[in-house]
Design a protein around this ligand. Structure first.
Ligand code: NAP
Length: 248
């Protein structure tokens, strides 16, 4: 049986690296994206040229109707989902809490938390043996910010990832007898474009001296951890949060 994997926010960064590795390992892959159609389509063409099965679908993970449509389109185009990576995530301009307004908090929590919940819900409906499914695996992409707190930069983002950690532990137990494993990865500082959203594209190089391994991580290094957690090699692993952070 071909494994069918959905990676939210898969057009760029960690999601794109995960898509490349997944296709290499024989998964049929759907990547979702918010607005960067070109990045997503370019990646899909690259994956198809390698002989892989790949599809890109636009959907805002924070909008319930769009998530429902995303999963319905995926069902129709690729068949039954067996794996989900809740990877889509945002952070905003670095600032202290006393500068943050409610609109920002809603945006960050809607994408990072509500989005992951909605996508996991649709995945559980399809994978759980209680719903007639054949099981599957979910990996939530959290962050080391959930235990470091990101003071002076984005405590809102860090708190949203704390919610993802708790969600991972709870959902793993909720569906443990239904054929679904749920785990999290917590990347440290990884070279992607997300740091530009915080106003500091070069952030990884600024903070890397505080990483025990004295370097930032590559998206591919996170992708390998995600693929392991999805695979049968992790068959007895659920409710685990795996740090991929160079010791930080
Ligand atoms: P990135 O390069 O900025 O890519 C983010 C991806 O998420 C993009 O594909 C983007 O779509 C998508 N996205 C954003 N909002 C979305 C929405 N509302 N609905 C659907 N898709 C949405 O980020 P990254 O660094 O690869 O981060 C991936 C995950 O790793 C995030 O959850 C992030 O918090 C986590 N993480 C990253 C680091 C790091 O240092 N890079 C560290 C710890 C954790 P478009 O392409 O259409 O814009």
């Amino acid at each position: 049986m071909t494994e069918i994997l959905l990676i939210t926010g898969g057009g760029r960064g960690i999601g794109a690296a995960t898509a490349r590795l997944a296709v290499e390992r024989g998964y049929g892959v759907c990547i979702s994206y918010l607005s960067n159609h070109i990045a997503a389509q370019t990646l899909v063409s690259e994956l198809q040229n390698l002989g892989g099965t790949a599809l890109a679908l636009q959907a805002d993970v924070g909008v319930e109707s769009e998530v429902v449509r995303l999963f319905e389109q995926l069902d129709a185009e690729l068949g039954p989902l067996t794996a989900l990576v809740n990877n889509a995530g945002i952070l905003e301009q670095q600032m202290r809490l006393d500068q943050m307004d409610a609109a920002r908090l809603h945006r960050v929590f809607t994408t990072n938390v509500v989005g992951s919940f909605l996508c996991a819900r649709e995945a559980v409906k399809r994978m759980s043996t209680v719903h007639g499914g054949k099981g599957g695996a979910i990996v939530n992409v959290s962050s080391t910010a959930s235990r470091l707190g990101a003071p002076g930069e984005y405590v809102d983002y860090a708190a949203s990832k704390g919610a993802i950690d708790a969600f991972t532990l709870g959902l793993a137990k909720e569906v443990a007898t239904e054929g679904i494993r749920v785990n999290g990865v917590r990347p440290g500082v990884i070279y992607t474009e997300i740091h530009a959203s915080g106003g500091e594209p070069g952030r990884v190089d600024r903070v890397k001296s505080g990483v025990p391994m004295l370097r930032g991580g590559e998206p591919e290094e996170v992708a390998k951890a995600i693929l392991w957690l999805l695979s049968a090699e992790a068959s007895y692993t659920t409710g685990t949060l795996l740090d991929v952070s160079g010791g930080r």
